[in-house]
Every structure is written in structure tokens, then in C-alpha cells.
Write a protein that binds this ligand. Structure first.
Ligand code: PLP
Length: 410
């Protein structure tokens, strides 16, 4: 499909060859060369249109080219684009306060009206850096052991990688920071035996995103809170993928009615502008002291303005509710297909578990049919579309996906 007036000078094939000559081969060849996006759609350089059901991997919460994000970024860049952390700016302070207030609202006192969580925020540019900040904060407890879960993903810097379970990611870079104890994900009894008085923190995702949208039992986080509290260890929840509306709540852990010690966010927070945050609650908030940590770009006025616009738009457009409704519709629309063992996730973080290892084949067929989805593992497809996805757009996507599942079954 092509659209008028946009014939490109070079083809996707040509750009891909240039990419391969100029960029490090860390990601393998790019699937397509994209040139434009609007709402939940993107177009490639050859004129093909796609419904983006991955949203830059849970990043483009407002879809592409949302006017509220454009306005916030444009106005801030035209006013004050960057200052060092020798200074602050209004959006930085406002965003920190806003994140704390969202944590307070969602916490055990939820529904009781505005109640900011008692805590402090450290801004970063990425999820891995948010986790790096949290990791450093845990070292200031005087304990060094971290309990992490099998199947986890926390990022690719050396510290975050030490807590990421995948052998293929870790092995070439060992030795990594040590003292990491591994437990099966979702297993509260295993946590109970792993956590003792030497443990600084337990780090856990409320839903494992990179592992293919793996959801633990409903009481898992509450158990993790109880066990860590009993041994004076911190509970560190990695909401980099699940946070800021993705699962139909500001923070996915809120449904467990717990107050963690550390919460990390990134991906959806800036709606495409790079920003992350490490939020430390209670006594944990003062572990990092002057000179202990820093970053040049973290908390930059443009990035924090973008995040404020994302949060305001999620509120104004009722996108938490939309994420819940549309996500449930996608899950129930696919659950009964013979090739689908189960559908997983919450809100617009959707896992499709196949009865056969055909995820890569289906991902490729979907791309050719104009749908961007992700094969997280050989058996698991993942969707993380923009939170603005309408029920009609989701319905169309479910029909196409069912057709692709039919084709893959035959
Ligand atoms: C993506 C992800 C990260 C890493 O974030 P980057 O911005 O890629 O560094 C960390 N934790 C979780 C749960 C993630 O999904």
C-alpha cells in the first residue's frame, strides 16, 4: 500500500544495507525501515502501513505523533531545553511530585483521595539506568545480596545484567556484580527460603514482560512484601514495562495493596521521549546521598515535560480504563483459538501462549499482513500497543490475528 506524495528516494532494502554498514550488529537486521507514524499506525519507507501492536515495546503509550506530546515537547524545547543537575526546572519537580502522588493514590489508601507517597525520585533516561540507581541504593543498606527471579529482565548495563537471568545475555560479560541469589519466578516458598538477614533486596517484575508476559499468582507480591519485611530486606518492584498505565493501572503492583521500597519505571513514561525513574519510598528515599549517584540527562526539562503530558493525557482521555477494556477484549477474542493455549497479561500487556513453537513464523506473517507484534519466545507472542488503541482497531487486529493463527495451524 502506498500513500500519495511520499515516494521515497531510497528503498527499504537500500537503507537496510546502509544500516548494516554503519550500525553495530547488536539487534540483527531491522525488520522494516519506518518513516512516519500517526496514532496507532506507522508507515515504512516503501509505503506500507502497519497497525503498531507493539508500540516501540510498551513505549508509545499515546501512539505516534500525539498532539499533547508534540505541544509539551515543542514548547519546553523552545523555552528551556536542557540544564545540568546543578540546577532544576519546574517540570522536573512537578513530575517527581506527580509520580509520588500516583503511588500514594494507588497504594493501600487508594480511593481515599490525594495522598502522596512518602518518597524521593531519581530521574534517568532509560529503564536499565533506573534499575542501576536502585541497585546502588540497595548497596547503601550495608547488605549486598540481591534475590532475583528466573526469567527476569532488568536491562543491559553490567549491574542490571547481573539481575537479568538469560544466560545468553550474561555469559559473554562475566564476571558481573556478584551476590545474586536466583529463585523461580512466582514461587513464594522459594522466596521464603532464599531471603535471610544478608539479603539487601528482592527485585521482581509484577508481570515478566520480556519472558513473554508471565503472570504470577495474585498473592505473590504480597508474599514478597511480607517475606522481605520479616528479614529487613527491601522490596524492589521493576515496573519499567508494566508501569504508567500499561496494565490498566498507574502501577501494576497497586492491586496487591503493598508499599514497596523501590519502584523503577521507564518505557511508557515519556511516550517515546527517553526517560526513566527510580522511586524510593520511606527510609529507602535517603539511602543515596550527595556524591553517590548522578547523570547528565536524567530529569531533563524536555523529558520531564513529555512525561507530564503523557500522564495528563492518560488521565484526560480515560486511558487506564481503555487499556483494561481493550486488553480484555483482545485476550478473550483470541483465547479460544485451537493454536492458543492461553492468553495472559493485564490491560494492554497481552501474552498469547501458543500450543506449538510457531511465534516467529506468526510474527513474520503478521508483519507481512500489516500488524506489528513480537515473538517474545518460540511459544509466546507479546502485544503492547498504544493505550489509545480503540475497541474497533483491536477488533480488526483480532480478526487478522485469528486468520494468521488459522494459516499457521494448517
Ligand atoms: C525494558 C526493560 C528494562 C530495560 O529498560 P531499557 O530502557 O531498555 O534500558 C528493565 N526492566 C524491564 C522490566 C523492562 O521491560
Amino acid at each position: 500500500m502506498s500513500f500519495p506524495g511520499t515516494a521515497q528516494e531510497h528503498t527499504g532494502q537500500e537503507w537496510t544495507e546502509r544500516y548494516q554498514g554503519a550500525l553495530m550488529n547488536t539487534f540483527g537486521p531491522p525488520q522494516r525501515v519506518l518513516v512516519r507514524g500517526e496514532g496507532p499506525y506507522v508507515w515504512d519507507v516503501d509505503g506500507n502501513k502497519y497497525l503498531d501492536l507493539l508500540g516501540g515495546i510498551a513505549v508509545n503509550a499515546l501512539g505516534h505523533a500525539h498532539p499533547a506530546l508534540l505541544k509539551a515537547v515543542g514548547e519546553q524545547l523552545g523555552t528551556l531545553g536542557h540544564v545540568s543537575n546543578f540546577f532544576t526546572s519546574e517540570p522536573q519537580v512537578e513530575l517527581a511530585e506527580k509520580l509520588l502522588s500516583l503511588l500514594g493514590q494507588d497504594g493501600p489508601g487508594g480511593g481515599a483521595g490525594p495522598r502522596a507517597a512518602n518518597g524521593r525520585v531519581f530521574f534517568t533516561s532509560t529503564g536499565t539506568e533506573a534499575n542501576e540507581a536502585a541497585f546502588k541504593a540497595t548497596r547503601k543498606t550495608g547488605r549486598t545480596t540481591i534475590v532475583a527471579t528466573e526469567g527476569s529482565f532488568h536491562g543491559r548495563t553490567m549491574g542490571a545484567l547481573a539481575l537479568t537471568s538469560k544466560q545468553a545475555y550474561r555469559e559473554p560479560f562475566e564476571p558481573l556484580p556478584g551476590d545474586v541469589r536466583w529463585v523461580p519466578y512466582g514461587d513464594a516458598a522459594a522466596l521464603e527460603s532464599a531471603v535471610d538477614e544478608t539479603v539487601a533486596a528482592v527485585v521482581v517484575e509484577p508481570i515478566q514482560g520480556e519472558a513473554g508476559v508471565v503472570v504470577p499468582s495474585d498473592d505473590y507480591l504480597a508474599e514478597a512484601r511480607r517475606i522481605t519485611s520479616e528479614h529487613g530486606a527491601l522490596l524492589w518492584i521493576d515496573e519499567v514495562q508494566t508501569g504508567i498505565g500499561r496494565t490498566g493501572a498507574w502501577f501494576d503492583h497497586a492491586r496487591s495493596c503493598i508499599t514497596p521500597d523501590l519502584v523503577t519505571v521507564a518505557k511508557g513514561l515519556g511516550g517515546g521521549i527517553p526517560i526513566g525513574a527510580c522511586i524510593a519510598l520511606g527510609d529507602t528515599a535517603t539511602l543515596l546521598q550527595p556524591g553517590n549517584h548522578g547523570t547528565t540527562f536524567g530529569g531533563n526539562p524536555v523529558a520531564t515535560s513529555a512525561a507530564l503530558a503523557v500522564i495528563e493525557t492518560i488521565e484526560a482521555e480515560g486511558l487506564l480504563e481503555n487499556a483494561r477494556e481493550v486488553g480484555d477484549a483482545i485476550r478473550s477474542g483470541l483465547a479460544d483459538h485451537p493454536l492458543v493455549a492461553e492468553t495472559t497479561g493485564r490491560g494492554l500487556l497481552v501474552g498469547i501462549v501458543l500450543t506449538e513453537p510457531k511465534a516467529a513464523e506468526i510474527q513474520q506473517a503478521a508483519l507481512d499482513a500489516g500488524l506489528i507484534i513480537n515473538n517474545a519466545t518460540p511459544e509466546r507472542l507479546r502485544l503492547a500497543p498504544p493505550l489509545i488503541l480503540t475497541p474497533e482497531q483491536a477488533d480488526g487486529a483480532v480478526k487478522t490475528l485469528r486468520m494468521l493463527l488459522d494459516e499457521a495451524s494448517s
